[in-house]
Design a protein around this ligand. Structure first.
Ligand code: FES
Length: 67
């Protein structure tokens, strides 16, 4: 399922890289996939996926306006 329509990132893309300790935030997910947040609508959702996979508290999404 697409989780980021702006960049065509899927939940499987996120799951594939979630074990990488360098991938701590939704912004890191984008960077690891050679993308950058655009509208920012996906950031909280991606944070939730990371939380679910890792079983820890969600990383804070930085404001989309910083991009
Ligand atoms: S949906 Fe991910 S940046 Fe727009």
């Amino acid at each position: 399922m697409y989780v980021c329509l702006c960049n065509g990132i899927t939940d499987r893309d996120v799951e594939r890289i979630a074990d990488d300790p360098a991938v701590r935030t939704p912004q890191c997910v984008h960077a690891a996939l050679n993308a950058a947040p655009q509208c920012g609508q996906c950031l909280d959702y991606i944070a939730g996926i990371l939380e679910e996979i890792r079983g820890d508290s969600p990383p804070q999404a930085e404001a989309a306006s910083t991009f």
